[in-house]
Design a protein around this ligand. Sequence first.
Ligand SMILES: [Zn+2]
Length: 79
Amino acid sequence: MPLYEYNCPHCDVTFELLRPFSRADDAAPCPECQGIDTRRKVSTFASFSKGSDGTTTRVGGGGCAGCASGGCATCNHHH
Ligand SMILES: [Zn+2]
């Protein structure tokens, strides 16, 4: 079961949920405000890259899924 990251734009909090692929786009309630106006970020599977020395490096992190591929100028998530 993949681990998904969600971000609540109201609280600016990021949280993770384990859920099946079929529910990836379901609403994920924010742990802070219980709101469901949250955004799914790239899955953990996709946000890790393996280095040549065998270590796993987390890519992105602070930004949203759109930011990870460049900058906030190219994504519609306003920080
Ligand atoms: Zn929230």
